[in-house]
Design a protein. Structure first.
Ligand code: ADP
Ligand code: MG
Length: 443
């Protein structure tokens, strides 16, 4: 999958994650605040009713003296304050005495307290007081314990959301990976099963597009093949006529022109053969099942044997620098066409006394084919274009039409490999190095 589509899915994932977690966090916050308040109020009320119960106990005579109360719960800071039958004692106690019976807020020794005031039947009054600070602390503790599970749940929910989003988007990522891993000419439809139904229209559209591209490529391929084929017949007839003319007694000037004519015809024939080859190696993946395992070094040996005589004629040293048996999957014809085109180019550009080194070896799961020559190489501004059909550069040699490397590129693509041409500039020498990488066959 390329960076663009990955980033798109990532941002979709990011957007989902951010919006869902925002909702969760906000819900948690609002819920937490309310739960905290309710629990706090509830705890205060509970403490109030405890104070009232203690006051009831004191009034019924079941509980007397401050000691008793401290014995109940010292931490809770609950005091019984005897106020007498008339206002007396500290100003605070006198002030308390004047309040009516019931639940009140007051101060004790300068600190705020919650008190329950009662009057006994003999007219004496008392107050059961509890420090407001302690009460708030206890209520705060209880409220905090109510909120704790909510707070703990939020990170858990965020994890679950991230997991669910990743899981839901996985089919999309898988689909993109599957498309990326395909050879350029693989136009088979994407499978619709195992996919969430939301992706179905999307996949159907891609499949429709693949079908249309396939049809278009097929049409184009057939047109080239048909055109080349149609042209071959009249050209053969013309060649025959030219051959016949050669037998006839001709003045030297006419014979000279005839030679030019025949050379032009040879070129045209070569162009047609190359066009046919190009069309043949274009987008026909259906025959992949019939490919056989071929030892590439053996194929190369055959091609070199064929071209050796031409190499000797040109005074070029053509041979192997390294030849290891490497199996690749393909048709022998297309593999030898590939090697022949590459060596043929090198032969045309290498000057007399030069050399062409072919190397074939295995590098892990890759089959390496390397062809190095001592020719002039390709100028820097042309090297990116030499695989384009009909590109011949500024120094074309021989009778080529600029289709050789385009054919080679298509064969390499079809085999699922890659090709690269680099100029060799080490130690003042020149030359072109073409490196073909093919997936090695497992036998
Ligand atoms: N070994 C080489 N050394 C230098 N230039 C090369 C070599 N191979 C290819 N080229 C350049 O790439 C061009 C395209 O090659 P190719 O497609 O085989 O076409 P053709 O051989 O018909 O000219 C050639 O015209 C030439 O400019
Ligand atoms: Mg060529």
């Amino acid at each position: 999958m390329d960076g663009g589509s990955r980033a798109m899915i990532k941002s979709l994932r990011g957007r989902l994650f951010i919006s869902l977690t925002t909702v969760v966090v906000l819900t948690g916050l609002v819920g937490g605040v309310f739960a905290h308040r309710w629990a706090f109020d509830e705890a205060i009320e509970t403490q109030d009713s405890v104070l009232i119960q203690i006051a009831g106990l004191v009034q019924s005579g079941g509980l007397t003296g401050t000691q008793d109360l401290h014995g109940v719960d010292e931490d809770a800071e609950v005091w019984l304050m005897e106020l007498g039958k008339t206002p007396q004692g500290t100003p605070e106690e006198r002030q308390l005495w004047r309040l009516q019976d019931g639940m009140r807020d007051a101060t004790r020794k300068g600190r705020p307290v919650r008190v329950v005031l009662r009057t006994r039947s003999d007219g004496s009054r008392f107050a059961v007081a509890q420090s407001t600070g302690v009460r708030d602390e206890i209520a705060g503790d209880m409220a905090f314990r109510t909120v704790l599970p909510i707070a703990a749940l939020i990170p858990c929910l965020m994890l679950v959301i991230a997991f669910v989003i990743a899981r839901s988007l996985r089919p999309m990522v898988r689909l993109a990976d599957e498309l990326d891993a395909r050879p350029a000419d693989d136009m088979t439809a994407l499978p619709l099963h195992d996919l969430p139904s939301e992706l179905n229209p999307f996949v159907s559209s891609i499949n429709g597009l693949l079908r249309r591209v396939h049809d278009m490529m097929e049409q184009q391929r057939r047109f080239i093949a048909d055109a080349a084929h149609e042209l071959r017949t009249p050209l053969t007839a013309l060649s025959l006529q030219a051959e016949n003319l050669d037998q006839v007694d001709l003045p030297p000037a006419a014979r000279e022109r005839l030679a030019v004519l025949r050379q032009g015809m040879r070129r045209s024939k070569h162009l047609l053969e190359q066009l046919l080859a190009l069309a043949r190696h274009d987008a026909t993946p259906s025959d992949r099942a019939q490919w056989e395992v071929v030892e590439l070094d053996r194929t190369a040996r055959g091609v070199i044997a064929d071209l050796l005589r031409e190499a000797i004629r040109r005074g070029v040293d053509l041979g192997f620098a390294r030849a290891e048996p490497v199996p690749v999957r393909g048709e022998p014809v297309m593999l030898s066409a590939m090697i022949r085109n590459l060596i043929d180019n090198a032969l045309r550009f290498v000057p007399e006394g030069g050399r062409i080194d072919v190397a074939i070896y295995q590098d892990g799961a890759t089959c390496m084919l390397q062809i190095e020559d001592t020719g002039p190489g390709v100028s820097a501004d042309e090297i990116d274009r030499i695989f384009e059909p009909f590109f011949r550069g500024q120094r074309p040699e021989g009778e080529g039409v600029g289709l050789g490397l385009a054919i080679v590129k298509r064969i390499v693509d079809r085999l699922g490999g890659s090709i690269e041409a680099v100029n060799m500039t080490e130690a003042g020498r020149t030359g072109l190095r073409v490196v073909v990488k093919l997936p090695a066959a497992t036998v």
